[in-house]
Design a protein around this ligand. Structure first.
Ligand code: PMP
Length: 431
């Protein structure tokens, strides 16, 4: 039983006393007071299947993660200026999941902070702050991250690209400038043009930042070979390649731990966040010895909370649970099942223009007309409300908000998938 404040009181307080740009999900917002596995519970005790939260990766309030945090919190929490086992053990375990040349970890507290640090590392290494970023992308909320995020600087309240920021075409095989899976070369050629333009001004390329699968830009699987070709061009021009794995890392893609592996590349810098602490605020930057060395210029990089014993204990528990419960395998099996079933639905419902995804990172793009691909924005929003009425939580994504975004905790199982498929079909029939 919830003895807390009414929803109305909470909404009124938020509007008056909390940041004025907070948003709320749903026409009638939910009050959520408990979470377990892939489910959230409202103040009445009603369970909602959570297909949105890619942060509580191994399940909401996983007991092993909670216990690890509680135990370490009761013993010690301090900063990296003392020797401690946790940061060493955790780094070893995390680095063991990465390609060998990525051998240095730096710990921070959020995905934004990780990208912010990645930009500093790149700048120190290349002596250039010219940044290439993919159209539609989001990389975080700090000044430098907003500058790296076309989703923000080209969106409401944005001020366009800063001088040192260069947008590259969104490699979207469904709706993009070039369509189909055989378009990597064409999209990569667009990047070469951007690089040429920088070089024509006698300037150098600094960094290229890219999510290994596009999240905010629309759950987009880039054409095979895209990152391989672009990384080559960026490196040939003296730049470094940053893989933002904040949304897509930690086994979500099923057959790999890291989504960059699906594009067969090894980045120079990888940024991690969201799922890394299952909801505990922590994040990390992983890079090469060379790039880490170039950051040594006499100035200390100190981060009050980054790498503290509690965060490391929690991070360790998350990695342990992924392994012990074979969640990467689950992402693959359940993800493949869901993709198959969605493709079946697509045959029967013309409004489903595209179904795409890897593991438990899936997008369903809805269109009013399969030929013109006119976005079915309104229906997508209605479907989200319809699913909520049937106790399933979903979100939308993409420039036109016509993509149903699926990224549940990795404990999401086949029964959960069936529950969702039934409600989705009902919604498609009724709306
Ligand atoms: N990169 C990506 C791809 C993200 O999706 C996000 C958060 N949505 C961030 C970075 C920023 O992470 P945080 O909100 O933890 O600062």
């Amino acid at each position: 039983v919830d003895n807390g404040q009414s929803k109305r009181d909470i909404i009124d307080f938020r509007q008056k006393h909390l940041g004025k740009t907070l948003s709320l999900a749903y026409q009638q917002p939910l009050k959520i007071i408990r979470g377990q596995g892939a489910y959230l519970y409202d103040e009445q005790g009603t369970p909602y299947l959570d297909m949105v939260n890619n942060v509580c990766h191994v399940g909401h309030c996983h007991p092993k993660v909670v216990a690890a945090g509680q135990q370490q919190m009761a013993l010690l929490n301090t900063n990296t200026r003392y020797l401690h086992d946790n940061i060493v053990q955790y780094s070893k375990k995390l680095l063991a999941t990465m390609p060998e040349k990525l051998s240095v970890c730096m710990f921070v507290n959020s995905g934004s902070e990780a990208n912010e640090l990645a930009f500093r590392l790149a700048k120190n290494y290349t002596s250039s702050n010219n940044l290439l970023t993919v159209d539609g992308a989001y990389h975080g909320n700090t000044n430098a991250c907003i500058e790296a995020s076309p989703y923000k600087f080209d969106g409401p309240g944005g001020q366009g690209a800063a001088k040192h920021v260069h947008k590259v075409t969104l490699p979207d095989p469904y709706r993009g400038k070039y369509q189909g899976d055989n378009t990597a070369t064409q999209y990569a050629e667009d990047v070469n043009e951007v690089i040429n333009n920088i070089q024509c001004k006698s300037e150098k390329v600094g960094a290229f930042i890219c999510e290994s699968i596009q999240g905010v830009a629309g759950q987009i699987i880039m054409p095979p070979g895209y990152l391989h070709a672009v990384y080559q061009s960026v490196r040939d021009a003296g730049g470094v390649c940053i893989a933002d794995e904040v949304q897509v890392g930690f086994g979500r893609v099923g057959h790999h731990m890291w989504a960059f592996e699906t594009q067969d590349v090894v980045p120079d810098i990888v940024t991690l966040g969201k799922p890394i602490g299952n909801g505990h605020p922590m994040a990390a930057v992983i890079t090469t010895e060379e790039i880490a060395n170039a950051f040594v210029n006499g100035m200390e990089y100190f981060n009050t909370f980054g790498g503290n014993p509690v965060s490391c204990a929690i991070g360790m528990a998350v990695l342990d649970v992924i392994e012990q419960e074979q969640l990467q395998q689950n992402a693959l099996t359940v993800g493949n099942y869901l993709l198959d079933q969605l493709q079946n639905l697509q045959q029967r419902y013309p409004i489903i223009g595209d179904v795409r995804g890897i593991g438990l990172f899936i997008g369903i793009e809805l269109v009013n007309d399969r030929l013109t691909k006119e976005p079915a924005t309104h229906i997508t929003a209605q479907l989200v409300e319809f699913a909520k009425a049937h106790h399933i939580l979903l979100s939308t994504e993409g420039r036109y908000y016509n993509i149903l975004k699926i990224k549940p905790p990795l404990v999401f199982n086949r029964d959960d998938a069936d529950k969702f498929l039934t409600v989705l079909e009902l919604g498609l029939q009724q709306l």
